[in-house]
Design a binder for this molecule. Structure first.
Ligand code: SF4
Ligand code: SF4
Length: 81
């Protein structure tokens, strides 16, 4: 009988909120519901993107593709780094 090994991926979502203009495109495209906009405006008068740590990212990269400001980066943790 063959054994199947499950490899758990650790994905990190890095939000560069200094570039975010609060358009919400990434929020709408994330099927995981991981992204939302802050309720209060920041110093630039923008409701910046934020992420919900309890929701997993599947690294689909749709938010990265959609963001016109390049404000989202996705990393996969390898060997604890
Ligand atoms: S990579 Fe995909 S799942 Fe992860 S935050 Fe972006 S849209 Fe959501
Ligand atoms: S798509 Fe980019 S600019 Fe628009 S809310 Fe998301 S992170 Fe901000």
């Amino acid at each position: 009988m063959s054994k199947t090994k499950t490899i758990k991926r650790k994905i990190h979502v890095k939000l560069l909120t200094q570039y975010c203009k609060g358009c919400g495109l990434c929020v709408n495209v994330c099927e995981q519901g991981k992204l939302n906009l802050e309720a209060a405006p920041n110093e630039r008068g923008v409701l910046p993107v934020s992420d919900q740590p309890d929701i997993a990212c599947n690294a689909c990269l749709k938010c990265v593709t959609m963001c016109p400001e390049g404000a989202i980066e996705i990393y996969e943790e390898k060997n604890g780094k």
